[in-house]
Structures are given as C-alpha cells and as structure tokens.
Design a protein around this ligand. Structure first.
Ligand code: C2E
Ligand code: MG
Ligand code: MG
Length: 704
C-alpha cells in the first residue's frame, strides 16, 4: 500500500485518528507522571545541596570569627546568598548583607516566618553555632542557578517525551488505519472476486451506524453488493428471458415448436396411462403469401400475431396453442370425447380466424385450413411414444393438405385414404418438376369466333401436360399443384412466351388479325413480376400488345380488388386487353367491376351448358350480357357445345363464342390447319356475306 493511499485511508478513518490521539495523550501523561516527580526531587535535592553547602560555609565563617568581625564575614559567604541576617538569641542583629528580608519574628525554637519572597530565591532560617553562642541566621538564598538547570533539564526531558509520544502516536495511527481498513478492503476484494467469478453467493450488506468512520468504505462495500445483486438479478432475468425465448415464438409469444414437442410428449405419456383422449389440430392461414406480398410483411406479421391471439383466447388453459412456423399453428386439445367434439373445436377455430382484421384502415378477411388427428383413433404405433407423436402430427398434416387441396377454408379429420391421396399429390409435384426440366408441356389453342360473323377472333392458349407414363393430365389437376408449389411462375412464363410466339408466326403467315388469350394464375398476378415478364414475352415474340389478352379468374380478381385495380391499370396502359375468366362463379362486386379496366367478361362454361334447360342459367347469362353492354365490355361465352346454344347467345347479343362446337383445343400444327379450313376467316379479313350458314363439324383434338 502506498504512502498516499495510507494517508487517504487515515483521513477516512476517524477511529484511527482518535486512537492515535489517545496514544499520544497516554504516552505524554505517563511520561509526565514519572518525569515530574523525578525532576522535582532532583530540583529539591540540588536546592538542598546548595543550602547545605551555604550553611556549612556560613557555619564555618561564624565559628572562626568573633562577633565583631562577623560584619566583614561577607567574603566567606557564597555568592549564592542574596541576603543574610544574623541575629543573636536575644534578637540582636549581628550582621546584614545584601537585600534584607522582612523579618517579622524569630521564634525561640528556631523558626521564622518569611512573608514575601522573590523568584529564584529561597528563604530559610538556620541555627548556627557561633564562637560564644548559637545564632539564628535568616538567609535569602539565591537558587536561580538551580532553577535554571532544572528548567533546561525539564525542557529537554519534555522535548524527548513529546518526540517519543508523537512517534508512538504516529505508529498507533498507521497501525490502527491498517487494522481498521484492511478487513474492509479484504471484504471488498473478496466481493469483487466473487463477482468476477459470477458466483451467486453475494454477501449481505454491512450494518453500521452513521457515526462510524467506516462509512465511506461500508458505503462502497454496500454499493458493490447492490451492484452485484443487480447484476445477479439481471443475469437471472436474462436467463429467464433466454429460457422463454428458447420455448416461445417472438412474434405471437406463443409456445414454439420445441415447446409443442415437449408438451406433446407429456400429453402422450398421460394418454398412455389410459386417462386421456386428445386431438391435434394443425391450423394454417390460407393464401398467407398473398397477404404478405400485397400488404407487406408488417401487416402479415400482425395478422399472424392476431390469429395466434384469437386461437389462444378460444382454447382452455389446459390446451396448448403453439406457432410452428410462418402461418402454421398447432393446437393440442385435451379430453376430447369423440371426433364430433374435435370437429366442433375446428369449426370454432375457423370461426375466430375468419373474423375480419382491421389494418391501416383496410378490413381484411382471411381464412384458415385445419387438419385434425385424434388419439387414440388415428394412432397405430401404441408402443413407442416418440413414434406415436410423429404419427399424430403427420396425420394432422395429411388432413391439412387435404383441406388445402380441397379448396381451403375448411377442416378435415384424418383418414387413411387421405394418405394415399397425399402421396399421389407429392408424386405429382415431383413429376411436375421433372416435366418442367424436360419440357413435357405443350400449348394448345382453342379458337373463339365472333358470333355474328363467325369469323375467328383468336384463340385461348391452354396448357397440356403429357405425362411420360400416365398420359395427358388435365390442367385442372396439375395447375393448382403447380400454383401451390410455386412452379406456375416458371410454367406460366413459358406458356405466355410460347403462345405469343405461335400467334405472331400465324399472323405472319396470313392471319394478321388473330389474337391470343393467355390464362394468368392468381399466383402470377400477385407475384409482382408480371408486367416485365409480359413485356419481355411480347418483345421477344414481336407480337403487338393489342393482340394479347390476359385472362384472370374472377375469384383471383375479387380476392383483393383494390390492389388488383392498380395492377390491372398498369397492364391495360401497356396496351393489352384483360378478361375476367369464369365470370359468374366468383361473386364479383359490381361496384368494383365498374372500376376494373377490363375489356372482356367470359361467362363460365357451367352456365352455358344448361342454357336450354335451366331458367336460372338463362337469367345469369342475360345478366352478364347486360352488364357487359353496360360497362362496354365484350362478352365471351365459354363451353358452347351446339348450334342451339350459339343461336341463343346470338339472340341475346353475346359477342364471342368458344367451345367444342367450334373446336376443341389443339396443338399449333392442328390449329394452323384448322385455320386454313375455317370457312369464315379471321375477323377483319372475311366478309360476312361470304360466310357459310352452318358450322363445319368440330375438329378439335380427340384426347379431351
Ligand atoms: P378455363 O380458362 O376456363 O379454360 C376453359 C376450359 O374449358 C378448358 O379446359 C377447355 O378445354 C374447356 N372447354 C372449352 N370448351 C369446352 C366445351 O365446349 N365443353 C367442355 N366440357 N369444356 C370446354 P382445360 O384446358 O382443361 O383447362 C381447364 C382450366 O385449367 C382452365 O379453365 C384454366 O383455368 C386452367 N388452365 C388451362 N390452361 C392454363 C394455363 O395455360 N395457365 C393457367 N394458369 N391455367 C390454365
Ligand atoms: Mg381461361
Ligand atoms: Mg374459363
């Protein structure tokens, strides 16, 4: 410890200072106790010795001189005597020298009272033996030399005593400082070490009264303890947080997959004792990607959090609601009596999830698909708990896939047949991937005619997949799979490019007015990349945009009309025309229809098929045609299969017809040949009066 540190400690330690003062005083006092009497007795002894010398000198002088010569006895008397009075027994003054003390009375027994005295002198009365008789001598003895000596000796002794005492006090001060401070320092050191080692053993604060000099140190000690306690608390909170974070999802604060797996194990263990039936629900938001893409991830996140919240608040405390990932939740419901009870819960889960969501002034509607698997009904592996857990979750997942592929917004209870369907679907997905790589697709064209002139207006491009082993697979089967697997983006681009290229080539070979309609999936539409993609396809194929029509299904358009209006305007400004496909099946809002920059409405095939027998369908077709007229849109009737339907549509004022009656979809070679054979020509190039009155027999491909 450095000197400055020590002095700093001394200044902090009042006790050390008091103690050293005490040591100083005790040392001084004890030295005084011994010193003063010894100095005094020394002084006395010296005074007495002086007096003895003086007395014997005076005695010698008195003995050797007669009374007369006593007066000249001065020379015999020591210089020390400042005054001398000799008196005979009768009181007669014999001799006087120097200052005469005031003599009041000489007592017969030899004493004398001296009234006053001077510093440095001693008055004394001696009985001397003269030549003839005894004399009384009153002597004022000058003992200042003795006093001086005593004084100087006293001073030097005092000085030494002071030095000794001060040294003692200093030693005491330093020792006390160390004695008092070191233990605290050790404590502080200990504390620091324990903190560095992050041990949980935190000492208790020191209790001290405020008068004690350890205040500053105790304060430091206590504040260190406080800091350490705080740090320990923070560590604990952090540990708790980490523990929480490891088992919970940060967005919804619901348990995560890890916690779900643990909870499932516990539930299974409980169920295996035979006291519990339970159900696992996998809940997945429908079209979540759409919400994310359209409204941004922030809104997507809020939606997920809200769904989680709603699901949680619907279930009881003993049930578990966890977020597995993305838009997928899982619910474990305990004490489920039977499948009917599980269905009820699924309905309630769907009910809360489909309530509208309010974000940034928008009211959004979402739906969920649910897959349910029940214990013990859907379990085969009863022996192994781990395998059982896996089986239950897999089965719920299979049921969920079934819900999704059946059109979403529904629940499905697991059954064995679902598994084979799912396997088939997974195989289809894999085959689709391969088909894309190996180019197993083809674009077919189905012509459309102007109902009045029967001239060809163009065609609809329809994709065909010739599976290497299973033959042709309907787009109604593989397009939804391609959409879900995201492959429709690549496939759609290829279809668009192929259709544009083929149409341009046909235009070049004499069918200048020919247009082409290409189906655009909702997935492509919301992908955000459609415009540049179309732009490139047109550029590369050299097809003029006015000959391209994009068909978007009514349900895709109505999913988020506001956003769609924006995209449609962008596409329309580009020069191509837009058609709403399968019109009449997607519950269009007329208010929106007015705002869509759409050129064509395509009446769904379902309404045309029964036109001759179903009055409702007639009413629908009439209504669509009326709408088309009102909004100045062309109306295309799909699925025209006979002359009667065609005549009816003509009478109703429908513009364009498409269907097997005119032609089935065909590959580009067959399409070219068909065009050559078609007697009414391509619109704008064939005059009405040249046209035959009957249609030739439908000549589309036979595979449909
Ligand atoms: P869509 O766009 O409504 O196409 C019309 C469907 O009706 C076609 O079925 C066509 O072959 C069929 N069709 C036309 N006339 C008749 C008729 O007189 N009678 C009957 N029974 N059917 C007729 P296809 O080619 O099987 O396509 C089915 C659906 O698959 C299409 O409906 C469309 O939604 C989708 N699709 C087809 N090709 C593509 C494509 O290239 N891209 C996308 N995204 N979807 C496509
Ligand atoms: Mg279509
Ligand atoms: Mg259609």
């Amino acid at each position: 410890m450095g000197f400055s540190k020590l002095t700093a400690l001394i200044s902090q330690s009042k006790t050390a200072r008091d103690l050293s003062l005490l040591v100083l005083l005790v040392l001084l006092a004890s030295q005084m106790v011994f010193l003063v009497p010894s100095l005094w007795s020394q002084h006395q002894a010296e005074g007495a010795a002086l007096q003895r010398v003086q007395k014997s000198q005076l005695q010698a002088a008195v003995r050797n001189l007669d009374a007369k010569s006593l007066a000249s006895a001065e020379g015999l008397i020591s210089n020390e005597l400042t005054g001398l009075t000799l008196t005979d027994i009768n009181g007669k003054l014999l001799v006087s020298k120097g200052e005469v003390p005031e003599l009041v009375e000489i007592y017969p027994q030899g004493g004398a009272e001296v009234r006053s005295n001077k510093a440095g002198t001693v008055d004394t009365v001696w009985r001397l033996q003269g030549a003839d008789s005894a004399l009384w001598a009153l002597v004022r003895l000058d003992n200042s030399s003795v006093s001086k000596r005593t004084m100087s000796r006293t001073l030097s002794y005092l000085l030494i005593a002071m030095l000794i005492s001060i040294s003692g006090a200093i030693v005491a001060l330093f020792t006390a400082a160390r004695f008092y401070i070191n233990p605290l320092n050790n404590l502080v050191k200990m504390l620091r070490e324990s903190r560095e080692a992050s041990e949980g053993n935190i000492p208790d604060p020191i209790e001290y009264s405020e008068t004690e000099d350890i205040d500053p140190l105790a304060d430091e000690f206590n504040s260190l303890i406080e800091a350490q306690k705080k740090a320990a608390r923070q560590v604990k909170v952090k540990q708790q947080y980490l523990e929480f974070a490891a088992h919970h999802d940060p967005l919804t604060h619901l348990p995560n997959r890890l916690m779900f797996e643990d909870a499932l194990k516990v539930t299974i263990a409980e169920a295996m004792t035979g006291e519990l039936n339970f159900a696992v629900f996998l809940v997945d938001l429908d079209n979540f990607k759409f919400f994310n893409d359209q409204y941004g991830h922030l809104v997507g996140d809020k939606m997920v959090a809200e769904v989680g919240n709603r699901l949680r608040s619907m279930m009881r405390d003993q049930d578990l609601v966890a977020r597995l990932d993305g838009d997928e939740f899982v619910v474990i419901q305990k004490d489920v009596d039977n499948r009917a009870a599980a269905k009820e819960v699924a309905q309630r889960l769907m009910g809360v999830a489909t309530q509208p969501y309010e974000y940034r002034g928008f009211t959004l509607k979402a739906s969920v698909s649910v897959g349910i698997s029940c214990y013990p009904q859907d379990v085969n592996s009863f022996e192994d708990a781990d395998a059982m857990g896996e089986e239950i979750v897999n089965n719920a997942s299979v049921a969920l896939q079934e819900s999704k592929s059946n059109g979403k917004n529904q629940y499905q209870l697991f059954n064995e047949s679902m598994r084979s369907r799912l396997t088939a679907r997974i195989r289809l997905e894999q085959d689709l991937k391969l088909a894309l790589q190996e180019g197993q697709f083809e674009v077919y064209f189905q012509p459309k005619i102007n109902i009045n002139t029967r001239a060809i207006t163009g065609s609809e491009a329809l994709v065909r997949w010739k599976h290497p082993t299973n033959g042709y697979i309907s787009p109604e089967i593989f397009v939804p799979v391609a959409e879900e697997a995201g492959m429709i983006i690549e496939l759609g681009e290829w279809i668009l490019r192929t259709a544009c290229k083929a149409t341009y080539e046909l235009q070049q070979s004499g069918y200048a007015g020919l247009n082409v309609a290409v189906n655009i999936s909702a997935v492509q539409f919301t992908d955000g990349n459609l415009l540049p993609l179309v732009n490139k396809a047109l550029k590369d194929s050299k097809l003029n945009p006015e000959y391209l029509e994009l068909e978007i299904t009514e349900s895709a358009v109505m999913h988020d009309p506001e956003e769609v209006i924006h995209s449609l305007h962008q596409l329309s400004e580009f020069g191509m025309s837009l058609a709403i496909d399968d019109f009449g099946t997607g519950y269009s809002s007329l208010a929106y229809l007015k705002r869509f920059p759409v050129n064509t409405l395509k009446i769904d095939r379902a309404f045309i098929t029964d036109i001759s027998s179903d009055n409702d369908d007639v009413a629908i077709v009439e209504a669509v045609l009326g709408l088309g007229k009102h909004f100045n849109m062309k109306v295309v009737a799909e699925g025209v299969e006979d002359e009667e339907q065609l005549q009816f549509l003509k009478a109703q004022g429908c513009d364009i017809a498409q269907g097997f009656y005119i032609s089935k979809p065909m590959n580009v070679i067959a399409y070219r040949e068909w065009l050559e054979r078609w007697p009414y020509g391509v619109e704008g190039t064939t005059r009405l009066e040249d046209a035959p009155t009957q249609l030739p027999k439908a000549s589309g491909s036979d595979f449909l």
